[in-house]
Design a protein around this ligand. Structure first.
Ligand code: SF4
Length: 385
């Protein structure tokens, strides 16, 4: 389905990897039989509903299964059908997603649901070309949904299945490289079990999650062992090959939680990230910025206060604590400062597209990033300065 002309195996694969067709039909059948017997009982495995499977697949990207279970149930309670999701306001969708991270996934789901409903669909149709046009719908997600919900014989490659296939096929090159990845997709397509492609694809992923782990794969209990090149080599954990990871960079940020008023009249200053932001687009947050190498947290805070509120603003400041969090290759240490102003001012906005002085209960229903929710939990416990 993916390619009309089979890609040439990269040179270092040619001698090592068996022709995927030589593994048919024994390997796919063995994986499906193993999966049928041992699959974990997960909520999205009780349905063939394409919408529900789609939601689970999008949530499972970059997120662990045990985290997704609760979010999946809550999300479907709020938006039980494609039409319910399409009709919901974006802030409600982002709020339901809060804590899962990678908010582009939620935006993609929401935008796709709106498009499908507008086109007259009550669910995701068994149409690979149409689904490929939806925002945020990658080849993996599309094929996972169509194979599980509609039984289409489409291959999948994600982290777990990639590791399993690299080991079974003895791929001696980094699968992150374009030609290697292309060949793996081709091999995966050859190996799809046409009798039950959904179970086969899930079996590959389940095998990677439970048996063929990155370190210490449990080859002795693995249903793929009779066909596995890596197990035969005696060093299965040596595959897949990896290029060096980028080093972690430490970053210090200052975050200002500014409040005014007292008791029920307390208001907090929050700003909204633009829809075009590369990260956390459209979410609300307390103003924060990195401390440059040639500055200090105190000087950065002063500069931020003046930039937001003008030189005459002199909020009383109290240090509230430090929040540590990681984003891609950055380890961020965020110093949270609690400021109190006598009267609210309209802030100057540079990187944000809106601001608001909000009451405490309003913040509970706003979509915030996970680090910003932790900032809120921290400052909400500290009394006025
Ligand atoms: S035999 Fe070992 S290396 Fe091969 S797929 Fe199974 S667990 Fe992974």
């Amino acid at each position: 389905m993916r390619t009309k002309t089979p890609p040439t195996p990269p040179s270092r694969i040619t001698g090592a990897a068996p022709d995927p067709a030589a593994l048919l039909p024994e390997l796919p059948c063995a994986l499906v039989a193993w999966f049928t017997k041992t699959a974990r009982d997960l909520p999205w495995r009780h349905t063939k509903d394409a919408y529900r499977i789609w939601v689970s697949e999008v949530m499972l990207q970059q997120t662990q299964v045990r985290t997704v279970i609760g979010y999946f149930r809550k999300f479907l309670d709020l938006f039980p059908t494609l039409a319910d999701l399409a009709a919901a306001p974006e802030e409600k969708v982002l709020r339901a997603w809060e804590g899962l991270g990678y908010y582009r996934r939620a935006r993609g789901l929401h935008a796709s649901a709106k498009l499908l409903v507008k086109q007259g669909h009550a669910n995701l149709p068994p149409d690979p070309e149409l689904l490929a046009t939806l925002p945020g719908m990658g080849e993996y997600t599309r094929n996972a949904v169509l194979s599980q919900a509609h039984g289409l014989p489409l291959p999948i490659i994600e982290a777990n299945s990639q590791r399993v296939l690299c080991r079974i096929l003895g791929v001696q090159e980094d699968p992150a490289r374009g030609p290697v990845k292309k060949w793996l997709w081709h091999a995966a397509a050859k190996l799809v079990c046409t009798r039950d492609p959904g179970a086969y694809n899930q079996a590959l992923m389940e095998l990677g999650a439970l048996v063929c782990s990155p370190q210490k794969p449990a080859c002795l209990v693995c249903p793929a062992r009779p066909w596995c090149a890596a197990a035969a080599s005696g060093a299965p954990e040596a595959l897949p090959l990896k290029t060096a990871r980028p080093t972690i960079t430490q970053v210090t940020e200052v975050c200002l939680a500014l409040r005014t008023g007292e008791g029920p009249a307390t208001r907090w200053l929050l700003v909204r990230r633009p829809d075009t932001a590369s990260r956390w687009a459209g979410l609300w947050e307390f103003p924060h910025q990195p401390v440059p190498d040639d500055s200090t947290p105190e000087a950065t805070l002063e500069e931020m206060v003046q930039g937001l509120l003008g030189k005459s603003a002199k909020p009383a400041i109290r240090h509230a604590g430090i929040i540590q969090h990681a984003i891609t290759r950055y380890q961020v240490s965020m110093r949270v400062e609690l400021g109190t102003l006598k009267t609210p001012r309209t802030p100057a906005l540079s990187e944000h597209d809106a601001s608001a002085w909000l009451a405490t209960p309003e913040i509970a229903s706003l979509p915030l990033s996970a680090p910003q929710r932790r900032v809120w939990n921290l400052v909400a416990q500290v009394g006025p300065v």
